[in-house]
Design a protein around this ligand. Structure first.
Ligand SMILES: [Zn+2]
Length: 176
């Protein structure tokens, strides 16, 4: 593992595709990191062009994430009721943020995805929303069947009633 930038890493931004779409890599004052999967999701011509400029200038770094961090992200996401809402790309991006938290003083995850923001906060990163302000604190969610009231950890349909489960903040669930 390369640690050549460890000394310089006071502030790291971790961007998802929406962050590149909004050209955040040009705005923020710090190193910008992302994953191969995110780069593949950046598709519109303008975003691709500014991403390429950032990459060639060394402002944007595409970094591998550890499988160890994937495990940690899944564990944290599961506790918050977010695991079923995170894509493979989301998990990788959060794992990268978790890796960077070991090397950098501050890690800021730039994303409008509430589930990504939620898990990022729980991992100890900060979040920056793009179109709207990011979450301030992690929130725990559960999935409640509106028909029978059973509570689940993952989104989907109730296996007893076949009804779509509702996502509810855990602290707002009324016990039957
Ligand atoms: Zn039910």
């Amino acid at each position: 593992m390369s640690n050549s930038s460890a000394d310089a890493c006071k502030l790291a931004y971790v961007l998802d595709a929406a962050g590149f779409f909004a050209s955040y890599q040009l705005i923020v004052n710090g190193s910008v990191y992302t994953t191969h999967e995110v780069v593949k999701e950046v598709k519109d011509a303008d975003s691709v062009r500014t991403l390429e400029i950032g990459l060639s200038a060394g402002k944007v770094v595409v970094k591998e994430y550890s499988t160890e961090s994937i495990g940690k992200v899944k564990e944290v996401a599961s506790k918050l009721g977010e695991l079923g809402r995170l894509s493979h790309t989301d998990l990788g991006l959060l794992a990268l943020a978790n890796d960077l938290l070991r090397e950098c003083r501050d890690v800021i995850v730039v994303s409008d995805d509430r589930s990504v923001q939620n898990v990022a906060l729980a991992l100890g990163a900060k979040v920056l929303g793009i179109k709207r302000r990011g979450l301030r604190r992690p929130r725990k969610y559960v999935y409640v069947c509106p028909s029978c009231g059973r509570i689940f950890k993952m989104p989907g349909t109730c296996p007893y009633c076949g009804v779509e489960l509702r996502r509810v903040r855990a602290d707002r669930v009324r016990k039957p």
